[in-house]
Design a protein around this ligand. Structure first.
Ligand SMILES: Nc1ncnc2c1ncn2[C@@H]1O[C@H](COP(=O)(O)OP(=O)(O)OP(=O)(O)O)[C@@H](O)[C@H]1O
Length: 321
């Protein structure tokens, strides 16, 4: 197990400070880095991977600066960037052989590893198909496989589930969970349910800073009573939505069930609910995205009289990318 320390990490791009004053220590397990688009997740992961140079501060592995460690550190790392390049006419096997050669893996070991990884990510039956025939989910799984070629002890995945359908997402989560048993996995996303299921530790990022971190239980305990459920008439629901953060909304006949994020009881009949990770995120960032607001208002206005199951939970952006 390795200890990765971020010490006073900062990254500026001209006037823009993408990451500021980040101090953190990663050990083993799955760490989920959660933040909206532009929060600084990719920049942080690129600095941890040694691809981007910090403007200030340092990344250390087991007490030594990663610049000093150089190759030794890179040998520990597996990295899946947000978008990774591949040749569309390559088959999966050919692509992985090519990546293994770039990573200077001995040929025999590479062949064994490629077979093993194709199995792990469920691509063995399609290994001879050209990549241009692969779905987005298959390509992401191939991305994980290439990141694992050198048996990395530290695996860094930038938005690995972007663009995946729900079934692929579940499959991906399971792969990542099992990988986290033996190594350090850092995974960034803006989709709460991704980290909800698999991360042992959660880091929430906003405007370049880590605004909180801990296990889900620790975050819930620190947040206190911030989630409420109430069933109210439509007009009341509209008023409450203007005043409070609504993390979920369901039409129930002529009434509306709201899940409200607030540290104060929002309505006389509101019942306390245990805070979900998404509630905590919304509470700390004050961040109901436009699409979430629009979705809520739209669902309320659509007076179908039925439970539409208008579920705004799970994706902070209301979309996947
Ligand atoms: N090369 C660059 N030059 C200038 N600004 C940049 C550069 N890279 C990132 N930024 C800015 O830094 C901020 C953080 O970007 P970053 O990509 O790290 O965020 P993110 O949380 O990963 O977002 P996303 O999920 O959209 O990738 C953003 O405002 C972005 O526009």
């Amino acid at each position: 197990m390795h200890r990765i320390e971020l010490i006073g990490l900062e990254k500026k791009y001209r006037e823009k400070t993408a990451v500021q004053c980040v101090d953190f220590c990663f050990e083993s397990g799955v760490y989920g880095l959660l933040g909206e688009n532009g929060a600084g997740k990719t920049t942080l992961l690129r600095m941890i991977s040694g691809i981007a140079e910090p403007t200030k501060g340092e990344v250390r592995c087991d007490g030594i600066g990663i610049r000093r460690l150089g190759k030794e550190y890179r040998a520990l790392l597996g990295y899946l960037p947000q978008e990774f390049g591949y040749y569309r006419d390559f088959t999966a096997v050919r692509f992985l052989r090519y990546m293994a050669a770039l990573k200077a893996l001995p040929k025999k070991r590479a062949e064994q590893k490629i077979e093993e990884l194709l199995d792990i990510v469920g691509l063995a039956p399609y290994k001879k198909q050209k990549l241009k025939t692969y779905s987005g989910g298959m390509i992401r799984r191939l991305g994980i496989a290439q990141a694992l070629l050198n048996d990395p002890e530290i695996l860094i995945l930038d938005e690995p589930t972007a663009g995946l359908d729900p079934k692929e997402r579940v499959r991906f989560r399971n792969i990542i969970s099992s990988l986290g048993k033996e190594r350090t996995v850092l995974l960034s996303t803006h989709i709460v349910s991704d980290v909800d299921y698999i991360a042992d530790q959660i880091l929430m990022m906003k405007e370049g800073k880590i605004i909180c971190s801990g296990s889900q239980e620790e975050l819930a305990a620190a947040a206190g009573q911030i989630a409420w459920i109430c069933i109210v008439p439509r007009e009341t629901a509209e008023k409450l939505s203007e005043k409070y953060i609504v993390s979920n909304l369901k039409n129930r006949g002529s009434e509306v069930e709201l899940r409200i994020v607030s540290d104060q009881k929002p309505a006389p009949d509101a019942a306390p609910a245990g805070p979900a990770l998404e509630d905590i995120y919304l509470y700390l960032t004050g961040n109901v995205t436009e699409s979430l607001c629009a979705g809520s208002a739209g669902s309320m206005r659509a007076d179908t009289g039925a439970d539409t199951g208008a579920d705004t939970r799970g994706d902070m952006s209301g979309g996947e990318e």
